[in-house]
Design a protein around this ligand. Structure first.
Ligand code: PFF
Length: 449
């Protein structure tokens, strides 16, 4: 199959950042931080981002650029010359992508619901009741499923249109606007009465607040938010041009994504601590705090409307990244046309979205270890499965991809420092990453008892 290339280098950044920036930063980061006690966890998350997720992101881009294939095909090719069975790593990545895409679609549906509510408030009465929209969602599984379906349908149509037309155009239009809006909102949020408490909560590390699972949660979240472990960056890497320098690209994506998460914390925590929302530490945190904040602002409905539209477009960019990877793998494996592959993937995701959609209504009584199905699914996929896959990827990049390929795509002869960096990267991938992930999994197992 002929591979498409990014029209411009900027196009690659927009798509990679568009895939990385999403609900993970705005929706998941604040509630995971709240659950793990604040500043010490933020520090751990930043550390894991640079020591584990970012080196793996670079590894994925190298694998994509050197093989010009998507992850499954690339692992099949690599294992031909090795004694290890590497394709199971590719398969796990794809399985994870499918599950995440469906559950991510449900949360994207929540965002869409708020877009509709703010639009209505904007057009009709300029008034919106605070508790209704979230409660309405939590009570109705059908509504959640319908919204998730609409979202997946949008994504399938865009993916079907192909990489240059689809991805680049959508994402490029929305990123800068979202960044600007966030800056304005963070300024407003930091002028709330409890903002100094919030700053202390986010930046003052109190290590006694960490639990045995915190390391695993930090690794899982760091990988999730950088879209590492899904094969998505392998696919994006396979579209890169020959002269693009991978470590620089990986580093820029990492820094942008990490900054956005910190911004999200600075936006949400002053509102949470100043407001009447109480102690929300579950997946509804963002939706419980923000609407209330918007309604207290001058022109708040307009701000709320703009914010949820931007958040929705970010969710769209991220889901398209996920769909893109699944579709390109199905296309590579089954040799089906892009249209067919897109519809097959859409149908599977829709079927998988049923259970998380009903997790707060029809299946609301099903609780495991005190948590809903949705929370357990999130924890299983991101805190457990993703670190295991990251372990597999570190093996793939250190034993599967040849040393020559790694060096060729990592080292830039015009930059002396890239030789030294390459040495560090190899040590991280081969030794540090497997050891730290191994320890984190053991700690999480202890925490179960
Ligand atoms: N990185 C995205 C986020 O933070 O919302 C989530 C994600 C998107 C994960 C695309 C994986 C992926 F392929």
């Amino acid at each position: 199959l002929k591979r498409a290339y990014w029209n411009t280098r900027f196009g690659f950044y927009l798509a990679a950042i568009g895939s990385a920036v999403g609900l993970g930063n705005l929706w998941r980061f604040p509630y995971v931080v709240a659950n793990n006690g604040g500043g010490a966890f933020v520090l751990l998350y930043i550390l894991m981002t640079f020591l584990i997720a970012s080196p793996l992101l670079i590894g994925e881009l190298i694998l994509g650029k050197s093989s010009r294939k998507s992850i499954l095909a690339a692992t099949f090719t690599l294992e031909k010359s090795k004694k290890y069975k590497l394709h199971w790593i590719g398969r796990l990545c794809l399985l994870l992508s499918l599950f995440i895409a469906s559950y991510y679609a449900v949360i994207s549906g929540w965002v869409l619901h708020f877009v509709v509510h703010f639009t209505r408030a904007f057009i009709q009465t300029n008034h919106m009741s605070l508790s209704d929209p979230m409660q309405m969602l939590l009570n109705s599984g059908w509504l959640q499923l319908a919204l998730a379906s609409v979202h997946l349908l949008f994504c399938a149509v865009i993916t079907y249109k192909g990489v240059e037309d689809g991805l680049e155009k959508w994402i490029s239009n929305m990123m800068p606007i979202f960044g600007l809006l966030l800056v304005v909102l963070v300024f407003r949020s930091l002028s709330l009465p409890k903002s100094s408490d919030a700053l202390k909560f986010v930046f003052y590390p109190d290590f006694t607040k960490l639990s045995l699972s915190s390391l695993g949660h930090a690794i899982g979240h760091a990988c999730f938010t950088l879209s590492v472990g899904f094969g998505v960056m392998v696919t994006f890497g396979s579209y890169l041009q020959e002269n693009d320098h991978i470590p620089t690209a990986g580093f820029r994506v990492t820094v942008t994504d990490c900054l956005l998460s910190l911004f999200a914390g600075l936006l949400v925590f002053p509102i949470m601590l100043s407001g009447a929302t109480g102690d929300v530490k579950d997946p509804t945190l963002l939706f419980a705090t923000l609407p209330q904040f918007f309604l207290g602002l001058p022109n708040g409905i307009l701000f709320g409307w703009a914010f949820f539209i931007c958040l929705y477009l970010a969710a769209l960019g991220a889901t398209i990244g996920l769909m893109e990877v699944i579709v390109s793998n199905v296309q590579d494996q089954l040799r089906t046309p892009r249209s067919w592959s897109s519809w097959i993937v859409l149908s599977i995701c829709l079927a998988l979205a049923v259970v998380p959609s009903f997790s707060s209504s029809f299946l609301g009584n099903v609780r495991v270890r005190g948590n809903s199905i949705m929370e357990n699914l999130d924890s299983f996929l991101i805190n457990w499965m993703l670190p295991v896959i990251a372990l597999g990827l570190s093996f793939l990049f250190s034993r599967g991809v040849s040393a020559a390929d790694n060096e060729k795509h990592f080292v830039d002869p015009n930059r002396a420092e890239s030789v030294a960096l390459f040495g560090h990267w190899k040590v991280l991938i081969r030794y540090l990453i497997p050891i730290v992930i191994g320890i984190s999994l053991l700690l999480q197992i202890f925490a179960l008892f």
